[in-house]
Design a protein around this ligand. Structure first.
Ligand code: SF4
Length: 351
């Protein structure tokens, strides 16, 4: 088994506040307390993350743009040597903020889950979110074009498209009609949604997530080449089945796992997509918490739950078991009060 000294990648969900209400939200943001820290404590968490010497730190959430002082926190981590990357739903972006943000972040990723407002807004749970995301991409596109015209490097910005059954039919359309609207767009990632948070609810995997056969088709060479052939040549097009996020015991044993996930208040998750924390970066040494997280990967309960997975429905079932087993009473209370999943009417289903 590989035994990295620390994670190469740290994901910090810096707030659970969010203006959107995505049907598949892994963090249930916007539907729970934000658990956001004050400014000084955020800087302490930033320093603790930097002590792990990761190559990259991803600011996610929730919507990171809701966090006052975000740029200072990101600058602090960037100053310690890691690449700092931003994930945003694109609802709150404005040009003034973006000019500064593009100097701080190495990469900015905008979540867009469809080629049309109808599909995207339904998944994102808020009317107007597609237009806002398009406007965000237009701002980044303008800024990048201006920077290049001045002789500078382009801004590394792109789209992350969470692939669900409801938007699978719009992947090609996105490459063909949406990507060309932004001549400076750098990358386009089509990554399958996984059973975590709201996406692990009973029934959701069966009706909304791609099955394992669909995942294989999504990442097949022919499919990736087809998407690349439709997108502008300047755009890097990537597909991912996200199976690595399951942390199957055989693979973790053989290759290790490169990611550590931090909750808004500095609590460290043992495994990114599953509930259960191993301590706080505000009170314990970051290296000790990383070691404790790695022990969880070998916990007999985790090994038994994940070794049995043969389908997406099994994976969702394993998530629910792990979440209940390692979640605090507060977590179990939140799980028990999630809105029940209601399948879409068949006519609205695509593909
Ligand atoms: S934008 Fe992200 S954090 Fe906000 S509800 Fe959607 S998936 Fe969750």
């Amino acid at each position: 088994m590989s035994t990295p000294q620390g994670p190469s990648d740290v994901i910090w969900d810096i707030t659970y506040a969010c203006p959107l209400r995505c049907v598949h939200c892994y963090s249930e943001s916007g539907r729970r307390p934000a658990r956001q820290l004050g400014h000084d404590e955020m800087l302490r968490v930033a320093d603790a993350i930097s002590s792990l010497r990761p190559q990259a730190v991803e600011f996610a959430g929730g919507e990171p743009l809701l966090v006052k002082g975000l740029l200072e926190v990101a600058r602090r981590i960037g100053g310690a040597g890691a690449a700092v990357n931003l994930y945003t739903g694109g609802w709150l972006f404005d040009r003034g903020w973006a000019e500064e943000a593009c100097r701080v972040f190495s990469r900015i990723t905008v979540s867009v889950d469809g080629a049309s407002a109808g599909v995207h807004d339904r998944i994102r749970g808020r009317a107007g979110s597609f237009e806002r995301a398009m406007r965000t991409l237009a701002i980044l596109d303008d800024l990048s074009g201006e920077r290049v015209a001045r002789g500078g490097d382009p801004i590394e910005f792109g789209v992350d498209y969470a692939v669900l059954r409801a938007n699978l039919h719009e992947l090609e359309e996105f490459c063909r009609t949406v990507a060309p609207r932004f001549p400076n767009l750098r990358f386009l990632t089509f990554a399958a949604a996984v059973p975590s948070g709201l996406a692990s609810r009973q029934g959701f995997a069966e009706h909304e997530l791609l099955g394992f056969d669909d995942l294989r088709a999504l990442v097949s060479r022919e499919h990736a080449e087809r998407l690349r052939s439709l997108a502008p040549r300047s755009v890097r097009v990537m597909t991912s089945d996200n199976m690595v996020l399951m942390m199957h015991p055989d693979l973790v044993w053989r290759y290790g796992f490169p990611m550590l996930q931090v909750e808004p208040d500095g609590e460290v998750r043992a495994m990114p997509i599953y509930e259960g924390t191993v301590g706080s970066l505000l009170t314990e040494d970051a290296g000790t918490l990383w070691e404790r997280a790695r022990e969880r990967w070998r916990d007999p309960f985790v090994v038994e739950a994940l070794s049995a997975v043969r389908s997406m429905e099994d994976w969702a079932e394993a998530t629910r078991r792990i979440d209940r087993h390692f979640g605090t009473p507060e977590v179990r209370h939140r799980i028990d009060h999630r809105p029940p999943y209601v399948p879409r009417p068949r006519a609205a289903s695509a593909r």
